[in-house]
Design a protein around this ligand. Sequence first.
Ligand code: ASP
Ligand code: MG
Length: 452
Amino acid sequence: MSAFNVAKFGGTSVANFEAMSRSASVVESNPETKLVVSSACAGVTNFLVELANGIKDADHRQEILNQLANIHFSIISELKEQEGVKKEIQAILNTVNSLAEAASFQSSNQLTDHLVACGELMSTHILAQLMRDRGMNAIRFDIREVLRTDDNFGRAEPQLDDIAALAKEKLEPLCNKYIVVTQGFIGSDEQGNTTTLGRGGSDYSAALIAEGVQAAGLEIWTDVPGIYTTDPRIAPKAKAITEISFSEASEMANFGAKILHPSTLLPALRHGIPVFVGSSREPEQGGTWIRKRVENSPLYRAVALRANQTMVTIRSAKMFQAYGFLAKVFEILAKHKVSVDLITTSEISVSLTLDKTDTSGGAPELPPAVRSELEELANVDVERNLSLVALIGNQMETKGYAKDVFSTLGDYHLRMICYGASDHNLCFLVDAEEAKAVVQKLHQDLFETDSE
Ligand code: ASP
Ligand code: MG
């Protein structure tokens, strides 16, 4: 195992000169940090996605390009050494310009990945230079040389063996000499085409890279000082969690806590790499450690909320005492690559929620082709306007557990209750309008009492 740390900085941690400087201080303050993974500057990926979707109006495209230039050049204007990095950014902006024009005629997932990758390619040039300005021995590295993926553009699958071999060959020797600044989110396929891991994928990249170099630790620096018992904007008495297990944290990431990309913990878990989550704005506040083993495993750890759920109910009398029905349902879903999240069944019906794989806002759609194939088997009912509430904890099968939770929520309409499949999670759907009240009530009764 390498003796060094990987530190990842999210978009808000590199949003402007001040934020980048704070992030550089965080790296400086820990001599063990040798690898820095950065997101694009805040807002940049959204602009690039807009361009990638294809904007016909050339003036509108130019406006976005101007905004992108502004974000980056205003940081550069505060650097000591500006010339080299200015040229690099200008060259990337020229690429953005031509790709955006191409996208206005015809967009594709491959083109989109190439375009949206430019955000991270730019931010890392600037961050590395800012560190050198401060006297740090920093170099920028293009992670596409190491982060090998398949060619599923937009949501590429990392190729772990290749990444491990390439990290050993190309990245580790650099980390022994320099502080290496590299990109999150992006990779490349075998042909050398640029790919991305999907929106918010920088956390996942950082974890994959940490796994590749067998890092001693992974730090995720963001704009909140760690993981909370619930979103403090919903329940102001929410508390920061100092230490949490991988199992609990994965359930949280899966069930809505926006703090980490859901796949992030897999590589860390595989190699037992402890993960720290903290705020680069207030590093002195500390944060949350995610580890394999923790000292304290409370019954109630956190409440997570995820909006925009789509529930599909498939109902058929033919299902009664039949076999193979569910297999047929899932065969259809699998054929169309529809990913399912929660599932509950009764004798003649099955309800499921659709996994949300993009960040386009709104609840995911059941594609019409899937619906019509399912309708050949059974009645299909689609409901939206639902939110998912997940209670995360430990030993949730304990006697009386469900009773406490359900009596607290006696006034609410709970649907699709999933309980018992995991020791760490109990979750259900509620009407979107009631979701916040449900989270508040749960938090109040289970987390804000004196015995807590
Ligand atoms: N810049 C990418 C995004 O905004 C990846 C990331 O920041 O995690 O989705
Ligand atoms: Mg992020």
